[in-house]
Design a protein. Structure first.
Length: 307
């Protein structure tokens, strides 16, 4: 894929408002648009950029890692070890509605690495093994999560609710099953399509996080400890095809290989504004050194429909 770049000058809200039509068209065409020259550096700047483009804040998102709420619908990037690559994924691909647009701004660039990884999900479809793609088309995918007290992200933080009754209602509204187990842990499962049509262009896209949340994405030594402690059905997260068939390590690697074949890297500069179509484009992050600070705003929630 290619990242379409706009060189801008002037006040961000005014410039973005004047060029909103061109930016929106470029985003639907390429899936990622970089704007340089507007010095978007703070949460208020990013919220203002979102509003100037006529985009609406997307709320009620399920969390998988800690973030800091910076106000105005803007958060920090998820906390993730700087020495580890975050493979390509989407925001809320496991939800019934998801943000169509992600806005990112660079407040501090790392001294080394830290590129944002971007991959065209239309192109991923041509890179996957045909038999594996056919199974995902037929069955979709399932995300399973397990929550334990004092271990990992609390379920109340993940889902933004305060008690089990509210959680049950949250799940019912979103097609998510909730099960309280004898040991006091919470198990959730969500079955979603793996290939969807883009809500604006109608193009088919590989839109899921079956690889990102797979047990195979966990460091091998850590995975062995988790499996020995909790068993295969009790690790913090895992995925499977919609018929319950677990991914093998080789199948998981095939998905990563397809991502690698279409990935481009964006090296950040302070003040950059990046627009990402969350369905057309998967995103990730390279390992880094130094004070990397990326601000994120999710916008324009849309229902996601499979094909």
């Amino acid at each position: 894929m290619s990242i379409e770049t706009f060189d801008a000058a002037g006040a961000a809200p005014a410039w973005l408002g004047e060029h909103a039509t061109a930016l929106t068209a470029a985003l639907a065409r390429t899936g990622a648009v970089l704007v340089r020259g507007l010095a978007v550096r703070t949460a208020a700047d990013l919220a203002g950029a979102r509003d100037a483009l006529g985009l609406t804040e997307a709320t009620g998102q399920e969390r998988f890692a800690p973030t800091t709420d910076l106000g105005g619908g803007v958060t920090s990037a998820p906390e993730w070890g700087a020495d580890r690559e975050m493979c390509l994924h989407h925001e809320q691909s496991f939800a019934v509605t998801a943000p169509r647009v992600l806005l990112m701004a660079c407040a501090a660039e790392p001294t080394e690495g830290g590129e944002t990884l971007l991959g065209d999900t239309r192109a991923v479809l041509t890179e996957l093994p045909a038999d594996l793609l056919a199974r995902f088309r037929a069955h979709g995918w399932v995300l399973e999560r397990n929550f334990r007290q004092y271990f990992g992200l609390p379920w109340g933080t993940a889902f933004g609710v305060t008690d089990p009754d509210a959680l049950a209602g949250y799940g019912a509204d979103r097609g998510m099953t909730t099960e309280w187990r004898a040991d006091g842990s919470l198990h959730t499962a969500q079955h979603r399509p793996a290939v969807v049509r883009h809500p604006v262009t109608g193009e088919e896209c590989w839109y899921n996080d079956a690889a990102f949340f797979s047990q195979w994405s966990i460091d091998e030594a850590e995975r062995k400890v988790l499996l020995s402690s909790f068993g295969p059905g009790g690790i913090p997260f895992n995925t499977a095809l919609g018929d319950g068939t677990e991914l093998t390590a080789d199948e998981w690697q095939s998905v990563l290989d397809a991502y690698d074949a279409v990935t481009v890297r964006l090296r950040w500069r302070v003040g950059d504004l990046l627009l990402v179509d969350n369905v057309l484009t998967a995103h990730g992050r390279a390992p880094y050194a130094g004070p990397r600070e990326i601000l994120v705003a999710a916008a324009d929630a849309v229902p996601v429909e499979g094909v």
